[in-house]
Structures are given as structure tokens and as C-alpha cells.
Write a protein that binds this ligand. Structure first.
Ligand code: NAI
Length: 794
């Protein structure tokens, strides 16, 4: 075709990006790759390879090694050997390496962009303008945290060897999101890229070694899910960080349960894109293009559910269809195409099948009319109109260029529809009325909310989900904490199984409480009889009967969870109000100090001085959380994009808490107070052995204006009650202290709704040590960060 032809018709001509350098790199390796272990390529021990294809052509691209147990072991051991040296380099030393990695990415930006487009099928326009620059920004930003680490994270230490498993939708960018914070914090890494898209990870590791990254700091083991599973199981790995499907996330949660490995999961989504009738409609149409047709819709936070206010729905549909007519699907290396190829035939088939299901279930299908290449994995931009909220395509993550649309009448209905999903990754709100947009944002159950924008990312702004979209954050200060652990928590001893020793002081002089005391449970602000009408005896260390407490069962936990759920107003109470109530609790505990001292002494056998010290520490701790309630706030980020991001601390929700037997009052307060200070509601299972400290606390709660349902207490068999809490889908998080068995049960059984867990694995905490058991160390687990991006400035 001549230039004159294009001049006359104004059609797009081909604008291919040269791929010579990327092909030459492949050729240099004879298109066959080993793993990258200890600073060099290593052939797979059993010689097995997988063939990866080029999605745009369907042709074979390269052979990658299929990692075996021996390969994974070699990589983990290289990482283990390197870790102490890497940590000892210090923040500045690591900052220089991370800076060198950012510069390396910038130097080779075009090579990475082209290789990524070839390997994944995504348009060069995106890899060039987004994936590669953002990856470089991640290293630069985290070079900064490494530099400031000794000051800003002085009380933290690296976790050790991190196993990272990433998906195929943003191969290089996910690599950067994973390894930059991990390395900055002083950990070493074994990374398993997705089997469809391992090329840029291999190129990165090779060039990182050339840029001077010490051997063993970053190791890459390629292979499919079986290799990923081997990495998860490897005992030398201290933490797993995973991004991918919710299904595999669940499997990993189960495998790591009880292993002591920490875990973060970034999983799927079905994010709403809400357009109110006062929105800038053309702006919102462009937003939709970015929300669902960016990266062929293969984006975990894709705005895949379009919620339109009824009055503008038809108008919006017309504008959207007109815009769809202009979208171009074609070869990824063409600089003027909008959508490239779907990553693999299996994904293409999945998308086709889901769209057919949508149509069968009543949706009207519209597809952009432009031609799509006849070879390779391509799928046109698709709109499913009039989709019922309960239809499969409104519920399942399609992970393709398919938008489902439905309408709403009122803002409340919009929120209801938006939250009508098991996921909670992101949401986008469009309205020219700032009051409306900022009224909706806090009501959305999502880790990221974009106002009049969508799919904005930056290293300084944490990213991650609520609910079944996983737990943990990537980016920002909170992302650094995912790769660090408190110094005071490492190196603790496993607690002795036996009951605490009987002090020689025994109970003499304490005045044992009268024998007919029978404490009930505390549910919904009232003392209630246990459902089973059974009670448990509470004995002194010498076997003296001190009283009875209710023996709670499954039904009692269910009632307590329901009471906690309905105390939702607590989450919205002002921090000032919560602070006042915590001070009031302290005041009322102080008024009953002697009674608690006697009871603790009688139950645990500690001296009166020790019992007094425990009660006094409890009073002080309540004061501390009164102080923190309005001071543990979020922050504001200024990413290099138009706008600011408000990193808001939101409560996690309903949290189950199992308390240890040591320091029964102080530990109970130390766990419950940070949670309620941040607006959570609690179902607490107090010390199994010494529950009277908590049951005596009922009166303190009753006299301190704590609203009904905010703190619920169910006494009984700790492990049995923890299991019920773990399996309960309306419990958002579970903290278990005091038992290895209960810790394991909590992690394993919480897989249903992927609740966040904080467990002590039987390692005894010193509850009197403030650094170990008070303040940000627990407050950080009492909140989840919601990042709200709002337009700001120009
Ligand atoms: P996947 O979750 O199977 O793969 C992600 C990564 O996990 C890959 O590196 C894979 O090799 C590894 N993996 C697979 N099984 C594993 C196991 N048992 N243990 C450890 N690692 C394992 O995702 P897949 O199959 O590629 O895509 C399926 C669906 O998942 C997509 O259609 C999409 O709905 C969703 N997905 C979501 C992503 C997200 O970012 N939220 C990313 C990729 C997929």
C-alpha cells in the first residue's frame, strides 16, 4: 500500500516495532533456557523443558526449563547462602544495587518492551509506556526504602528467603512488584514466573547479574504449577508471595498452614466501574477503555462490571459502542493497535465459553466490528448488556476483554451492586460531584478506589485486596512491612506445654472468690447462658475450685459473630469517640483493680505484686490504645500522576481472637484493645485455663459505654472454638495466640473466605514487653489500607 493510499483513506498503516534485538537475544541462547541460580544459568537437573508459544502467531518461541524438586532446592539453597551477606550489606549498599537495577531497566527499556510484547501478546504501546517504566519506578522507589530502612524500619528484620510466584498478565511488572521490596528489605528471592511468560524474568536475571547483583540474591526457577507447588512446599522458604488465581491462592494457603511460612496473596477480582448520571460521560467512556481493554482485560483489577445509573444508560451505551468501533485489535508489535493477543489458547477458550454462557443466561452481546487477525490468539472487545447481577458472567472473573453492564437507580443501590461479589480488589467511581464520589468511596469494599480514573498504579501507593481478593499489600510503606518481621518477635522460644508454675506465694492472702460464681458468656452486650448449658470448672494451680465459666459451642460463636456483625456502627464511630471509650475502660478497670489482682493471683498463682503489675499494665495499655485510636492514621501519597492517593486505615471487620494462658488479663487487653481502637468488632475466646480475668471484665465493659456487640466473649475449649471461628465465613480475620495446634487449625480452616490470620505458632510473647506487644506492631494488623485515588491539581 502506498503512502498516498493512506493519505486518501486516512486508514492506519502498519507501524511495526523492530524486534531484531529481542530475536538476537533469543538466538544467542538458542531459544533454550535453564534456570537462573546463584548468578548463572543452570540446566534443569533432569533435563526437562517446556515449549512456550508466541500468542500472536501460535508459533513456538522458546524452550524453558521445567523446574524439579532438585532445581528448586538448588535455588533455595543459593538464596539461603546469599541472604546473610545481602542483609549485612546494609540499607545503603542495597539501595545502590536497586538503583543499578532501575538504571539497567531504563538502559534496556526497548529490549524489555519488545520481548514482553512478543512473549505475552500485549501491545508494545503498553509495554513501552507502562510495564517497563513502572517496573523501573518500582526499583527506584524501593532503592529509597532500602536507603532509609535503618531509620524508618529500625524495629524490623528481614524475613529470609522469599518464594515468589507470579502470573502471566504483567510478567516484568509483577517481577518488579515482588522482588523490589523483598530485596530492599534484605531478603533473597526465588522467583517462579508463569509458564506462559518467563522470558523477561530470564532476561532480567541475566542483566541484573551483569549489573553486579551478587549471586544468589535473585534466583529464577521456571516451570508450570507443579514447580510452583514445589517452591511452596520447600522447607527452606520463609515466606511465599503469590499473585494469580483465587483457586491456586487457596491451595497455597492450605499448604503453608502451620508451616510457619508467612504468606501474601494477590488474587482475582470482579471490580465495579460505577458511572453516575452527573459524570463526564465521554471521560467515563475513555475510562472504560482503560478499565477493560487495557492488556486485553487480563488485569486482576480490571473494571469488568459496568454499573450505570439508569437515566444515562442508553446514552452511555451509544457512546461506548461508537468508541468500540474505533478500537483496533492486531499484532502486538504494531505501535498503533489497541489490543494485542490473548496469552494462550486455553485462556481464549475460557473467554469464549464464558461469553457463550453470558448470552445463554440472557445478556445481549455486542462485539467491536474491526477485523481481528485470523491466526494467533485474538478476541474482540466485547460488551454484554443487560446482565443480571446473579448471572455467571457477573460473578466469575473472565480475565479477557469482556465488559458486563447493568444499571442502578440510587447511590445505595450502586454500592449494593458494587459490593455484591466475593472479591474486593478495586473499584472506580465516576461523578462530577465530589461529595457523591467521596461518599461512595468509603462504602466500597475494595483495596483500591479510583475517583474519575481507573487502573492507576504507582510504587508509592499500596495495592491489594479486601475479602477473597487476598491479603497483603504491594507498594508503599505497607508493602515493605510484608517483607519484614518485628525484631522482638523473632527468636522467641516455643512456650512450654505445661501449665504455668505454681508460685510459692500461692493464693495465700488473696481471698479466693466464692465457689458459686458461674460466669456466663458475653454476647451482644449482655451476659447470656451458653447454648449447651454446660459449664467448665476453673481451678487454681493447686486444684482449688475457683468458679465456673460457660462452655461455649458452635452456636455461641455464631451468635457472637452475628452480634459483632450488627455492631457495624462502631466502624463508623469517630476515632475521638473510640478513644474516649478506651480511656473509660481504663478508668473502670482501675476502679476494680483490687478485685482483678485477687482473681489473677488466685487463678495463676503469681505473687500479689506480679498480679498487681499485670492489672496496672492492662490499665496502661488501655490508655495507650485510647491514645493511638486517633493517631494511627493513614497517609497521603503524591504519585507522579495527576492526583493524590489517600491511604486510609479501615478496620478489617469482625475479628476472632484466641488469647493465651500467660498474663490472662494483660494478653486479653493487648489483643482486643488495638482491634477495637481501630473500629473492628471482636469475638474473643479468653485464656482457656484462666478465663475469669476476661469474665470479670464483663462488668468493666458494661459500665464503659462500649456499644453492644463490639466486644463479645465466649469461654470454652480454645482449639474447638478457634476451628469454628476459622470456618465461619462472616469472620474477616482471626488472631490466635497461645497454641501451636490452634494456630495451625486457624490457618488451615480459614481458607473458605481467605480470612487474614495472625498466629503465634506457639511462640510465647512477653506481654509485659511493650515493644513486643503494644502499638503499631498490632495496630498494623488491625487495619487494612484502602487507597483512594482522587484528582488533584493539574
Ligand atoms: P494460576 O493461578 O494458575 O497461575 C499463576 C501462577 O501460579 C503461575 O506462575 C503458575 O505456574 C503458578 N501455579 C499454578 N498452580 C500452582 C500451584 N498449585 N502451586 C503453586 N503455584 C502454582 O493462573 P492461570 O491458570 O494462569 O490463570 C487462570 C485464571 O486465573 C485466569 O483466567 C484468571 O481468571 C486468573 N488469574 C488471575 C490473575 C490475577 O492477577 N488476579 C493472574 C493470572 C490469572
Amino acid at each position: 500500500m502506498s503512502v498516498a493510499h493512506y493519505y486518501e483513506t486516512m486508514e492506519y498503516g502498519p507501524a511495526p516495532e523492530a524486534d531484531g534485538e529481542a530475536r538476537a537475544w533469543l538466538k544467542r541462547h538458542e531459544s533454550t533456557f535453564g534456570h537462573f541460580i546463584g548468578g548463572a544459568f543452570a540446566a534443569p537437573r533432569d533435563g526437562k523443558h517446556l515449549t512456550t508459544i508466541e500468542p500472536a502467531t501460535g508459533k513456538a518461541l522458546a524452550k524453558i526449563a521445567q523446574g524439579s524438586a532438585a532445581d528448586v532446592e538448588a535455588a533455595v539453597s543459593a538464596a539461603r547462602t546469599a541472604q546473610p551477606h545481602w542483609a549485612r550489606l546494609g540499607g545503603h549498599g542495597r539501595a545502590r544495587h536497586l538503583y543499578a537495577l532501575a538504571r539497567m531497566l531504563q538502559r534496556h527499556a526497548r529490549l524489555f518492551a519488545v520481548l514482553e510484547a512478543i512473549d505475552n501478546g500485549k501491545p508494545i504501546r503498553e509495554t513501552r509506556d507502562l510495564d517497563v517504566p513502572l517496573a523501573a519506578r518500582h526499583f527506584l522507589y524501593h532503592a529509597g526504602w532500602a536507603q532509609l530502612q535503618e531509620r524508618e524500619f529500625a524495629d524490623q528484620v528481614p524475613i529470609g528467603v522469599i518464594g515468589q510466584i507470579i502470573p502471566w498478565n504483567f510478567p516484568l511488572l509483577m517481577l518488579a512488584w515482588k522482588i523490589a521490596p523483598a530485596l530492599a528489605a534484605g531478603n533473597t528471592v526465588v522467583l517462579k514466573p508463569a509458564e506462559f511468560t518467563s522470558m523477561t524474568a530470564l532476561l532480567f536475571s541475566e542483566l541484573a547479574a551483569e549489573a553486579g547483583l551478587p549471586p544468589g540474591v535473585l534466583n529464577v526457577v521456571t516451570g508450570d504449577g507443579a514447580t510452583g507447588a514445589l517452591l511452596v512446599e520447600n522447607p527452606g522458604v520463609d515466606k511465599i508471595a503469590f499473585t494469580g488465581s483465587t483457586e491456586v491462592g487457596r491451595l497455597i494457603r492450605q499448604t503453608t498452614a502451620g508451616s510457619g511460612k508467612s504468606l501474601t496473596l494477590e488474587l482475582g477480582g470482579k471490580s465495579p466501574f460505577i458511572v453516575f448520571d452527573d459524570a463526564d460521560l465521554d471521560g467515563a467512556v475513555e475510562g472504560v477503555v482503560d478499565a477493560i481493554w487495557f492488556n486485553q482485560g487480563q488485569v486482576c483489577c480490571a473494571g469488568s462490571r459496568l454499573l450505570l445509573q439508569e437515566g444515562i444508560a442508553e446514552d452511555f451505551r451509544r457512546r461506548l459502542i461508537r468508541r468500540m468501533e474505533t478500537l483496533r485489535v492486531g499484532p502486538p508489535l504494531d505501535k498503533a493497535i489497541d489490543l494485542g493477543a490473548i496469552v494462550a489458547p486455553v485462556q481464549l477458550e475460557r473467554i469464549k465459553a464464558l461469553v457463550e454462557t453470558g448470552v445463554r443466561e440472557g445478556a445481549e452481546k455486542y462485539q467491536a466490528p474491526g477485523a481481528i487477525p485470523s491466526e494467533g490468539c485474538f478476541y474482540p472487545p466485547t460488551l454484554l448488556w443487560n446482565v443480571h447481577p446473579s448471572s455467571t458472567v457477573a460473578i466469575e472473573e473472565i480475565f479477557g476483554p469482556v465488559l458486563v453492564a447493568m444499571t442502578f437507580r440510587t447511590p445505595d443501590e450502586a454500592v449494593m451492586l458494587a459490593n455484591n461479589t466475593r472479591y474486593g480488589l478495586a473499584a472506580s467511581v465516576w461523578s462530577e460531584t465530589i461529595g457523591l464520589a467521596l461518599d461512595i468511596a468509603p462504602k466500597l469494599l475494595a483495596g483500591v478506589v479510583w475517583v474519575n480514573a481507573t487502573n492507576l498504579f504507582d510504587a508509592s501507593v499500596g495495592f491489594g485486596g479486601y475479602r477473597e481478593s487476598g491479603f497483603g499489600r504491594e507498594g508503599g510503606r505497607e508493602g515493605m512491612y510484608e517483607y519484614l518481621k518485628p525484631k522482638v518477635w523473632s527468636g522467641r522460644k516455643v512456650r512450654a506445654k505445661a501449665s504455668p508454675p505454681v508460685s510459692s506465694a500461692d493464693t495465700a492472702g488473696f481471698g479466693v472468690p466464692s465457689i458459686d460464681r458461674t460466669a456466663k458468656l458475653f454476647v451482644g452486650g449482655k451476659q447470656v447462658r451458653p447454648d449447651g448449658n454446660y459449664s467448665r470448672a476453673v481451678l487454681s494451680p493447686k486444684g482449688k475450685h475457683l468458679g465456673e465459666v460457660g462452655d461455649g459451642n458452635r452456636k455461641d460463636i455464631r451468635n457472637a459473630v452475628a452480634a459483632a456483625r450488627s455492631a457495624e456502627a462502631w466502624a463508623k464511630a469517630t476515632a475521638h469517640n473510640r478513644a474516649q471509650i478506651l480511656y473509660y475502660l481504663a478508668e473502670n478497670l482501675s476502679a476494680r483493680r483490687d478485685e482483678f489482682v485477687r482473681s489473677i493471683g488466685a487463678m495463676t498463682g503469681v505473687s500479689s505484686a506480679k498480679a498487681r503489675a499485670e492489672v496496672d499494665a492492662g490499665i496502661e495499655r488501655l490508655f495507650s490504645y485510647g491514645a493511638w485510636a486517633d493517631k494511627f492514621e493513614g497517609s497521603i501519597h503524591a504519585p507522579p500522576l495527576r492526583g493524590v492517593a489517600l491511604a486510609m486505615h479501615e478496620p478489617v471487620g469482625v475479628v476472632g481472637v484466641a488469647c493465651p494462658d500467660e498474663a490472662p488479663l494483660l494478653a486479653f487487653i493487648s489483643l482486643v484493645a488495638p482491634l477495637i481502637a481501630m473500629g473492628n468488632r471482636v469475638v474473643a475466646v479468653p485464656s482457656e485455663q484462666h478465663p475469669l480475668a476476661a469474665t470479670d471484665f464483663y462488668q468493666v465493659l458494661e459500665t464503659s459505654d462500649v456499644p453492644a456487640g463490639v466486644v463479645n466473649i465466649v469461654t470454652g475449649d480454645r482449639e474447638a472454638l478457634v476451628k469454628v471461628l476459622a470456618e465461619h465465613d462472616d469472620v474477616d480475620a482471626l488472631w490466635v495466640f497461645g497454641s501451636q495446634e490452634a494456630s495451625v487449625a486457624a490457618e488451615r480452616l480459614s481458607v473458605g473466605n481467605l480470612k487474614r490470620t495472625l498466629v503465634d505458632h506457639g511462640l510465647a510473647l512477653d506481654w509485659h514487653d511493650r515493644a513486643a506487644s503494644e502499638g503499631p506492631i498490632l495496630l498494623r494488623h488491625s487495619v487494612q489500607v484502602k487507597n483512594i485515588w482522587i484528582p488533584y491539581g493539574d
